[in-house]
Design a binder for this molecule. Structure first.
Ligand SMILES: *Cc1c(COP(=O)(O)O)cnc(C)c1O
Length: 416
């Protein structure tokens, strides 16, 4: 009997070791890992550069209070601002995606106090989107546009509203005097790999300007090379200028770290910067941005840049899309996504799903048995999240496994 709280519907496997794109279970069986801890192990398992950076930093200085500065935190903030965001601003370091999003929500509320309604009362509402996912903290589940994460946790917090994704008219209609910000994933990950259209992203940015709202981007799953050279929003609509961005997942390559960035843009005639709203005493965390976490993340950033992994991401995306299209399998409805965050839509009427299982999770279980780890994204989409340095041979092998899993399904019209 397990003593671990059963919050996860786990696949029946216990993993004990990893190297590159491969992991091994406790019986010695190996798997190709296209789940990568859900887009966390951006460089695969145990990448030597990150392992060495962690070893060295662990033996030098592992943790100090955020009451004191460290060179690793300063350097990582510089790399994030200068090489990735490329807009003036400042970074706060957290430990996870949900915590980073809480930072965005708190920033929006600060902004709503600094720029209140005409009668002086604060604005506080954050509008986000259906099928979004923003994490499991109280702030995260309230921002998330899926009922399943909220069940049994009411009363809900005030100040959240959801509208359909990629629907500008619905968004504009939802904006009210209490609205302070709009929060979105440029590519919805957990909700089914749904990509924001360039027109939508530009339109959201224009609405934020028009109504004096913060544009808050959740790049927790999409950032740092997963969906293009810097951030997913830049791959989709490079001219958009967000006010705040959150990250976690891939930025630590497997070491827990999250962060959010706030723009230095002026928010009033006196030149007061948005980033200055989160001043001393406004926010904090004990662990966030430890020298150990920052050293690991710096090694990840260096490897992505020096090995030009964005070029590999674009190349492998192309290869995966071409290969799956060539299968012409009727169970595959479409391939959605950007870079190496790809979702394969399934036509669940074409195969028999055992009772009590969701179609995508059922396929992921079959893939696991066949030696490939992939996660679902919503009920009818399976997700491919290989490491950014995945090789041609590994992609070919994984797609070979997937093709035979999908071709061997029982049901009407699996093979057309
Ligand atoms: C995973 C995820 C989160 C939550 O991150 P945690 O580290 O699990 O708290 C938030 N937003 C998005 C887009 C995510 O994919």
């Amino acid at each position: 009997m397990s003593h671990v709280l059963s919050t996860y519907a786990r696949f029946p496997v216990t993993l004990v070791r990893g190297e590159g794109t491969r992991v091994w279970d406790d019986a010695g069986k190996s798997y190709l890992d296209f789940c990568t801890g859900i887009a966390v192990c951006a460089l695969g398992h145990c990448p030597p550069r990150v392992v060495n950076a962690i070893r060295e930093q662990a033996g030098t200085l592992m943790h100090v209070s955020n009451l004191y500065g460290t060179p690793q935190q300063e350097e990582l903030a510089r790399v994030i601002v200068e090489d990735h965001v490329k807009l003036p601003g400042k970074v706060f370091f957290a430990n996870s995606g949900a915590e980073s999003n809480d930072g965005l929500i708190k920033s929006a509320r600060k902004f709503g106090h600094a720029r209140p309604q005409p009668d002086g009362s604060p604005r506080y509402e954050v509008i986000s989107f259906t099928k979004s996912f923003h994490g499991r903290t109280l702030g995260g589940i309230n921002a998330t546009g899926q009922d399943k994460v909220k069940e049994g946790f009411d009363p809900l917090l005030p100040g959240f509203k959801h509208v359909p994704f990629n629907d500008l008219a619905a968004l504009e209609a939802a904006i009210s005097p209490i609205t302070a910000g709009i929060l979105l994933e440029p590519v919805q990950g957990e909700g089914g790999v749904n990509v924001a259209t360039p027109e939508f992203l530009r339109g959201v940015a224009a609405l934020c300007k028009k109504h004096d709202l913060l544009l808050l981007l959740d790049e927790v799953q999409t950032g740092f090379g997963r969906c293009g050279p810097t951030m997913a929003w830049r791959t989709i609509a490079p001219e958009v200028q967000p006010d705040a961005i959150s990250w976690a997942k891939g930025m630590g390559g497997g070491f827990p770290i999250g962060a959010f960035w706030l723009s230095d843009r002026a928010i009033d005639a006196s030149g007061k910067e948005l980033s200055s709203l989160m001043g001393p005493g406004s926010h904090g965390t004990t662990y966030g941005g430890s020298p150990l976490a920052c050293a690991a993340s710096l090694a990840v950033m260096e490897e992505i840049a020096e090995s030009d992994l964005p070029a590999n991401v674009a190349r492998q995306e192309q290869r995966i899309r071409e290969t799956i299209a060539a299968w012409q399998l009727p169970v595959v409805t479409e391939v959605r996504g950007v870079g190496l965050l790809l979702g394969i839509g399934l036509d669940a009427t074409r195969f028999v799903v055992p009772e009590g299982k969701l179609p995508a999770a059922f396929i992921c279980g079959k893939a696991l048995e066949a030696g490939l780890l992939i996660p679902p994204a919503g009920p009818e989409t399976i997700r491919l999240l290989p490491p950014l340095n995945v090789s041609d041979a590994e992609v070919d092998e994984a797609l070979g496994i997937l093709k035979s899993v999908l071709s061997d399904l029982e049901g009407p019209g699996v093979r057309g």
